[in-house]
Design a protein around this ligand. Structure first.
Ligand SMILES: Cc1cc2nc3c(=O)[nH]c(=O)nc-3n(C[C@H](O)[C@H](O)[C@H](O)COP(=O)(O)OP(=O)(O)OC[C@H]3O[C@@H](n4cnc5c(N)ncnc54)[C@H](O)[C@@H]3O)c2cc1C
Length: 437
């Protein structure tokens, strides 16, 4: 085959410098391939700690890391900031914001995005939290609404500014609602002594009968208990009907007046145009075989959150978590070497290391196989695993120092409104639906 790069080695283009894309590239170091990674950002985001950025516990740059720096010294690796708009499988090329890019092999590792299940008005008015810009918007919005509440004369006027509603009680919703409750419990009286703590309410809304549905019964029950201790009002079996920016309405007829709705109730694959529609399945994910090769394609692969490996053993695919993306990246690198050496490739098998979620500053729930534990030791485990998973030594140190400081002072200090939050601006720049769409 004539090589896309003009070099003697095949050119592998990877879209996405997330957990999957990074592991894949690292495991191809020194191998006879040319790698080009494209990402719309020049940094990797450690999404598990976004909620701490959103609530002013950590600065954004402690959970992000420049992609170029990760691959310093890797000779077969190039990085370009580019957004990929379209895949042209018949031409082995991509349409991107920096022009056409050719490939011999393509790997789609674009992750997932927030799913509002088609509710345009809710999408317009509520806040997602999947990226650093979104977490910073959320931080500004929370702080601006507290500032606004200070200026208002009556409890009724302040109510929508001080009601915080997190929708979706998966690990993200649980961690975020816990962190907002901690902000209320430990920070509000320091930063805003004029505001009454009892007026600030935190709700966690879930359509299913329990929180942390994906984890064990014990984890679910204990996290509910921990949330209640923090003062979070947990509303299970509650479906959101709609949100108009002032009031969120539920299926049972109840409603809450609020300017703060944070949506963590669903994700969907971040798919790029150009693939045949048979390859896109439930949850907007790209169907692949157990080698991560996309259905119907010869040289296009998908890994991580955007991919769904459907086999007899995994009829619904794997969970959308970082270890799946990392293990698929590592595995695909090994298979690429086999392909180049004309050896048979091996199927992907996921090794589930367990799941965990933290609730507040010193409690967590952990499920590792049949081992389940909750409370302070679980929180230490959660801290250790997250620290070790951060990309760089610098980030590990910065986050660790911040955590130690906040643990003793109850006052982690990244509560900055660097960019003023403006919904109109976000709707414009992110091409979100208009309020009346
Ligand atoms: C708030 C939150 C908390 C989480 N907590 C945990 C946790 O505690 N534990 C856990 O295991 N998992 C957690 N996850 C899930 C985990 O982050 C994902 O499973 C993981 O990031 C998936 O890796 P990926 O490589 O598939 O995609 P990502 O890491 O999302 O990377 C995708 C990359 O693709 C780029 N990209 C997307 N589209 C384009 C395009 N068109 N052109 C160019 N570049 C593009 C993006 O900029 C991004 O850098 C969390 C996720 C979120 C949002």
């Amino acid at each position: 085959m004539e090589k896309a790069s003009g070099s003697k080695f095949p050119k592998i283009v990877i879209i996405g410098g997330g957990f999957g894309g990074i592991e894949l590239s690292k495991h191809l170091d020194d191998k006879p391939v040319d790698i080009v990674m494209l990402d719309k950002h020049n940094y990797h985001t450690f999404q598990p700690l976004l909620y701490q950025v959103a609530t002013g516990g950590l600065e954004a740059d402690s959970i992000a890391f420049p992609l170029r720096k990760i691959f310093e010294g890797q000779k077969n690796f190039k990085f370009r900031i580019a957004e990929v708009m379209k895949i042209n499988p018949e031409k082995n090329s991509l349409d991107t914001t920096i022009g056409e890019v050719k490939y011999d092999y393509l790997v789609i590792a674009t992750g997932s995005t927030t799913n509002f299940f088609g509710n345009k008005q809710t999408e317009h008015f509520s806040m997602p939290m999947k990226s650093i810009p979104e977490a910073l918007n959320l931080r500004s919005m929370i702080l601006q609404n507290l500032e606004e509440a200070l200026l208002l004369g009556t409890k009724e006027e302040r109510e929508p500014y001080l009601n915080f509603v997190v929708v979706g009680a998966g690990p993200t919703g649980v961690e975020l609602s816990g962190a907002i409750a901690e902000l209320r419990n430990h920070i509000l009286h320091k930063d805003y002594p004029e505001l009454n703590k009892d007026e600030m309410k935190v709700y966690l809304v879930e359509g299913l009968p329990k929180v942390l549905q994906v984890m064990s019964e014990q984890a679910s029950a204990k996290s509910t208990e921990f949330l209640k201790e923090l003062g979070v009002e947990v509303m299970t079996d509650t479906m959101v009907k709609g949100y108009n920016g002032k009031e969120i309405k539920f299926g049972d007829g109840k409603s809450i007046k609020t300017h703060n709705v944070i949506w963590s109730a669903g994700v969907m694959g971040q798919v790029i145009d150009g693939l045949p529609k048979e390859a896109i399945v439930k949850g907007n994910r790209i169907q692949t075989d157990d080698r991560n090769l996309i259905t119907g394609q010869k040289n296009i692969y998908a890994i991580g959150d955007v991919a769904v490996v459907i086999t007899e053993d995994t009829p619904k695919g794997h969970p959308g978590v970082a270890p799946v993306a990392m293990q698929q990246g590592t595995h695909l690198a090994k298979n690429f070497i086999k392909i180049i050496n004309n050896e048979p490739t091996a199927p992907f098998k996921y090794f589930d290391k367990g799941s965990m979620a933290t609730v507040g500053r010193n409690k967590a729930v952990v499920d590792i196989g049949k081992i389940r534990f909750q409370g302070f030791f679980a929180w230490l485990t959660w801290m250790f695993v997250h620290l070790m998973s951060l990309i760089s030594f610098r980030n590990k140190v910065v986050v660790f120092i911040n955590w130690i400081g906040s643990y003793f002072s109850y006052n982690g200090g990244a509560r900055l409104i660097i960019r003023k939050f403006s919904r109109e601006e976000i709707v414009e720049t992110e091409h979100l639906p208009k309020a009346d769409d």
